[in-house]
Unconditional design. Structure first.
Length: 411
């Protein structure tokens, strides 16, 4: 008999299920794997990502138990409605006649029996966790926020799959960097990881690309963890050979990522495969010299963008133009339907009078929303005078750890 606190069990099941797809052609992937020994571990997977959540047992067990929970969403709702303080689990109950074995769950006056439609041996033994780390570092809440800040710039195009994630690599010393781009805009965040283990082989362009879904799940599960309560590891996984022995991958392979941390009373591990591709040399897109700049109140510019583009935003936003006058910038919208709107915003700039440049308004608004200060600093031109074709940088003048780069568009 396995006994665990009902609230902790329901929470662990809900967390582990974050990665489980609601529809699966492979039935076993719709279930959670449970492992009970000194604690209860619940795991969910979609073959590329695996989430494992642990919860304490009320009474220790004499021997390990492995079983599946196929209808975990129904079970958690039933247990919540039943109101029992603890859940007692009886796996491996024999079925009647030709019926398969069952797992019984009881809580207070509630009793639930689940037929084991899949065999526990069918659970994919992929070993997605990092077995041999090339890098391991403690993460604080600020590190997680920095990674989350760049995520809006990830691409959603399947043809450029290598852009469908965040690129993390070592720069120098304890300086790391997280980068995301879709080819039209780019976000770069600096990460200071003083306790990261040395990994010379991950310096420069040779980093890893962590996929969108993995980061989304990891940040959702670890956001409430305190400073120093989370960790990140990058490195090698394990493979199973023909004789089912575990063996390390080749030393040059960094094929796994893993985040671990606390979520309330639970320990959480999110691990998966990196995107197998070569990330482009993003540093070539960052302007090294700029000839004009603008400093503007962040709230005022956001207000102007929302004011002129509210209707266009419903249609994925049209082009937004910035036209510079004496001590101000005019934020304008011109749509194909004949709608036009302009709002003036006071600013400090050294752009030529009448200089005009256009942006995808949604990209511009997303870049501004990623800033955390009171002002936004725009950098224009490639060094030979402000022009409307060179990449534009957008940053908080008081924050050197985050940078936006946006390609202008014709307006």
């Amino acid at each position: 008999m396995i006994e665990v606190n009902s609230r902790q069990f329901r929470t662990a099941a809900a967390l582990a299920a974050r990665v489980v797809e609601t529809r699966n052609t492979i039935p076993v992937l719709g279930a959670l794997r449970a492992r009970a020994n000194g604690r209860l571990e619940l795991s969910g997977t979609d073959l590329d990502i695996e989430v494992t959540v642990t919860a304490p047992l009320i009474e220790p067990m004499a021997r390990e138990k492995l079983f599946l929970i196929p209808e975990h969403r129904f079970l958690t709702k039933a247990l919540a409605a039943g109101g029992g303080a603890s859940v007692r689990i009886s796996p491996d109950q024999p079925g009647a006649g030709d019926e398969k074995g069952k797992t019984g769950f009881s809580s207070g006056d509630l009793s639930v029996d689940m037929v084991q439609t899949s065999n526990i041996d069918d659970w994919p033994a992929q070993h997605l966790a990092v077995a041999t780390p090339a890098m391991r570092a403690t993460l604080g809440a600020d590190h997680l926020r920095q990674i989350a800040r760049v995520m809006p710039a990830m691409s959603i195009e399947e043809t450029r799959y290598y852009l469908n994630g965040v690129y993390i690599h070592h720069v120098a010393g304890w300086h790391w960097r997280a980068v995301a781009t879709d080819g039209h805009r780019m976000m770069v965040a600096e990460l200071s990881l003083p306790d990261a283990e040395p990994c010379v082989d991950m310096t420069g362009s040779d980093g890893v690309i962590i996929p969108r879904k993995g980061l989304t799940v990891a940040l959702a599960l670890l956001t409430k963890a305190g400073d120093g309560a989370s960790a990140m590891a990058l490195g090698e996984g394990l493979r199973v050979n023909a004789d089912h022995d575990l063996a390390p991958e080749k030393p040059t392979c960094r094929n796994r990522w893993q985040f671990t941390g606390a979520n309330g009373d639970h320990h959480v591990s999110i691990a998966g495969k990196v995107i197998d591709g070569t990330y482009p040399d993003y540093s070539r897109v960052i302007p090294q010299a700029q000839s004009a700049s603008m400093i503007v109140d962040l709230k005022a510019l956001r207000r102007a963008l929302n004011a002129v583009s509210w209707r266009a935003a419903q249609r994925h936003l049209r082009a937004i133009s910035l036209t510079f006058g004496k001590g101000e910038v005019s934020v304008g919208l011109a749509s194909a339907e004949g709608l036009a709107a302009t709002m003036r915003v006071a600013c400090r700039h050294d752009c030529p009078p009448g200089f005009r440049i256009g942006f995808n308004g949604q990209y511009l608004l997303t870049a501004l929303n990623a800033l955390t200060g009171e002002e936004a600093l725009f950098g224009f031109g490639g060094g030979n005078g402000a022009d409307s074709f060179s990449p534009v940088t957008i940053r908080d003048p008081a924050d050197t750890t985050f940078l936006n780069v946006i390609m202008p568009m014709r307006v």
